[in-house]
Design a protein around this ligand. Structure first.
Ligand code: UDP
Length: 254
């Protein structure tokens, strides 16, 4: 068998060498992990849904001029992406209090925040991804001040756009996590959105019922994860592999 060269295996994805220099294949696994992989399960079909949802989101973001690593989806579980030099940060944007923010600051889950808040976490499993400040990031050279400025500006644009996109299909974007990379084009480097944006890396609540449609269903042993991710995909107008594309795109929820 002709084995592909594996560049990196993470908790929910594998990166393989791509067909051309400067490209990778990003493979979405069915593995679900939480609490720094202390909790682990394989959930049949999760990878396929995240691949589709993330493809859709990255494609829509590209349409408003957000630079991303995404090139195209190649099959049910894989995307062709541009190889980038990852910035070792998880960038979280929050609109409504939930999760670690609620716990740390004692703010009840579901409380709207007075303004969108950006947080940074240093990507280091051994340290449980500690929260860090802009000062730590620039002092330790994880990103330059100019790169950090780009990351923050992109994060706000992405949050504004995705908040609207999800409201249109009856979903609240409570919070989400992004990762960025450096892409070299000739002598010029710019920051691009990388990794994925999916219900694995965001909190999505039904606007009316507040039902959770994201990975908290797994973290909190609520069940129904696949059904919830399918509902997100359905509302976004993403068809299944064998279905005809919807002629009308996203479903407007009144
Ligand atoms: N998140 C993520 N990966 C992580 C940590 C957080 O994708 O390693 C996402 C998470 O799904 C949520 C947001 O970032 O949408 C904020 O997570 P939070 O800090 O509340 O941490 P959690 O409660 O998930 O531990």
């Amino acid at each position: 068998m002709n084995r592909r060269h594996r560049i990196y295996e993470g908790k929910a994805k594998i990166l393989y060498e791509g067909p051309e220099p400067g490209t990778y294949i990003q493979f979405f696994k069915d593995d679900a992990t939480a609490f720094n992989a202390k909790k682990h399960e394989v959930i049949d079909g999760k990878g396929v849904l995240n691949n589709r949802i993330s493809e859709y989101i990255f494609t829509q973001l590209a349409r408003i001029g957000i630079p991303t690593h995404f090139i195209k989806r190649v099959n049910m579980r894989e995307q062709l992406i541009k190889a980038v030099d990852m910035v070792p940060l998880e960038v979280v944007v929050r609109n409504i209090a939930a999760g670690s923010l609620s716990k740390r600051l004692g703010i009840e889950e579901g409380t709207p925040l007075p303004q969108s808040i950006i947080e940074f976490y240093y990507k280091k499993d051994k340290l449980d991804d500690p929260m860090v400040s802009e000062e730590h990031i620039t002092a330790f050279g994880w990103a330059t001040p100019a790169e950090l400025e780009d990351i923050m500006q992109l994060s706000i644009r992405i949050n504004d756009f995705l908040t609207g996109l999800f409201v249109g299909v009856g979903i609240e974007l409570v919070d989400f996590k992004m990762e960025f990379g450096r892409l070299w084009e000739g002598d010029v480097m710019h920051i691009v959105l990388a990794d994925e944006i999916s219900p694995d890396s965001s909190r999505l609540w039904d606007i009316n019922t507040k039902e959770k449609m994201d990975k908290d269903r797994f973290r909190r042993d609520m069940g129904g994860l696949i059904e919830a991710y399918q509902e997100v995909a359905k509302r976004l107008g993403i068809m299944n592999e064998n279905e005809q594309p919807r002629p009308n795109g996203p479903v407007l929820v009144k």
